[in-house]
Design a binder for this molecule. Structure first.
Ligand code: SF4
Length: 406
């Protein structure tokens, strides 16, 4: 980790630990009717296999609570019940065996009811998330602050917190989500100064892709970078699989979780490109994703700069003149025909997963380096050497500045 994480208390959502001693976890939420047990479980399995550590489901009716009895038994990951308005459904969800609850202080407002739920959660030894949301804030707080300001969101959380602590309930995490990214960031910063409980981060109602993805990433990663945040959710208007993937990938890209999925890097392409980089990158991504290959793989548009610029990638392909240079950690191991670029990449990726990088480097074609060098020279002869251009440009700048001084 490159920064220090804010110190928090620890909680357990089933088998998943949350708090500063544990890796940051990823959450998502089902979109099925919870009473549809088979449909909900199918979606939970898909969400979990795409990177979610915990899944939340709505518990909005008696049939949903009944469905939770079987869902919690058969789910591969811990299940949290999302409760709005009806505190009795929280009690029913606890009885059904959920691993945690999310309560919205904006719509379950009676102190006695909140305390009753906390006492039941205490007996069942499950945590509660105080899930404040800028869009459903308590009316009194909206009147007091004039809007869903960071102060209003934090006051809502603190009031609910007092109710829980009054009955000796401390098994808590908190979220103060807002759909406006700067306000979301300020709300969490303010809350982090006041409590030691773990925080669940998210930009609420972030919307469809790509805007929703950008908003969520901006808000969540700004806070993670400050050491704030213990579990995250991307609230996208998209298939929840996208939420799980996005959350997981963000943590991997920030170096906060070990990579267990593909990281495809590709050059943005330019006039030097010898292939349609976008097409090749998309084809490679699809093929590698299908097989769940957990490597960093590069697709580069030319052999002049490609292998060097992507030398940190486990594996890559760069386009030469009607050829592809397959490289491992920057070293060309094979030169293939352009039409075989993606299949060769996929075959080599499989072999790296089976045999390891060192063994595949040792299995490089004897003449690969020589063929690659010749190809680079041919390209430079036809396109020109980028470095000599740079030198020439320097000379041009020197001449111009001399004239200015004269
Ligand atoms: S790798 Fe080659 S094609 Fe891609 S951006 Fe760099 S110079 Fe251009």
């Amino acid at each position: 980790m490159i920064y220090s994480r804010r110190k928090t208390s620890q909680i357990q959502v089933g088998k998943v630990g949350i708090g500063s001693n544990f890796p940051i976890s990823v959450q998502s939420m089902t979109t099925t009717k919870t009473r549809d047990v088979e449909g909900t479980l199918a979606q939970i399995y898909e969400i979990a296999s795409n990177g979610a550590d915990i899944v939340r489901v709505t518990c909005n009716e008696v049939e949903a609570a009944e469905g939770l009895v079987e869902i919690t038994q058969r789910s591969p990951v811990p299940i949290i019940a999302d409760i709005h308005f009806q505190y009795k459904l929280a009690l029913a969800a606890i009885e059904a065996g959920v691993d945690g609850l999310r309560l919205n202080p904006g719509n379950i407002r009676k102190e006695s009811q909140i305390k009753e739920v906390a006492k039941a959660a205490l007996s069942a030894n499950i945590p509660i998330r105080i899930g404040v949301n800028g869009g459903s804030l308590d009316k009194d707080l909206l009147e007091k602050y004039g809007d869903a300001t960071p102060e209003a969101l934090v006051e809502s959380a603190m009031t609910e917190l007092k109710y829980l602590e009054d009955v000796d309930f401390f098994n808590i995490k908190i979220s103060v989500k807002h759909s406006n990214v700067p306000l979301m960031i300020q709300s969490y910063r303010l809350l982090a100064e006041k409590v030691e409980y773990p925080l669940h981060l998210g930009v609420t109602e972030a919307g469809p892709l790509p805007g929703g993805l950008i908003k969520s990433t901006a808000g969540i990663s700004t806070l993670l970078n400050e050491g704030i945040g213990d579990t995250i959710r991307y609230s996208l208007t998209a298939d929840p699989i996208e939420e799980a993937k996005s959350g997981r990938q963000l943590l991997e890209y920030l170096g906060l979780r070990e990579r267990n999925s593909l990281d495809l890097i590709a050059c943005p392409s330019c006039g030097r490109a010898e292939v349609d980089v976008i097409k090749v990158a998309e084809e490679a991504q699809e093929a590698l994703n299908k097989e769940d290959i957990p490597l960093q793989v590069a697709v580069m548009g030319c052999v002049v700069n490609g292998p060097g610029e992507a030398r940190s990638a486990d594996l890559g392909i760069a386009a030469g003149k009607n050829k592809g240079h397959l490289f491992i950690r920057g070293e060309v191991v094979r030169v293939v025909n352009e039409k075989d670029m993606v299949t060769s990449l996929l075959d080599e990726a499989r072999l790296i997963v089976e045999e390891g990088i060192e063994s595949r480097l040792a299995a490089a074609d004897d003449n690969a380096a020589e063929l690659a060098q010749k190809d680079v020279e041919d390209l430079l002869n036809s396109q020109g050497d980028i470095n000599s251009f740079t030198d020439r440009k320097k000379s041009v700048v020197e001449i111009t500045s001399k004239q200015d001084n004269d």
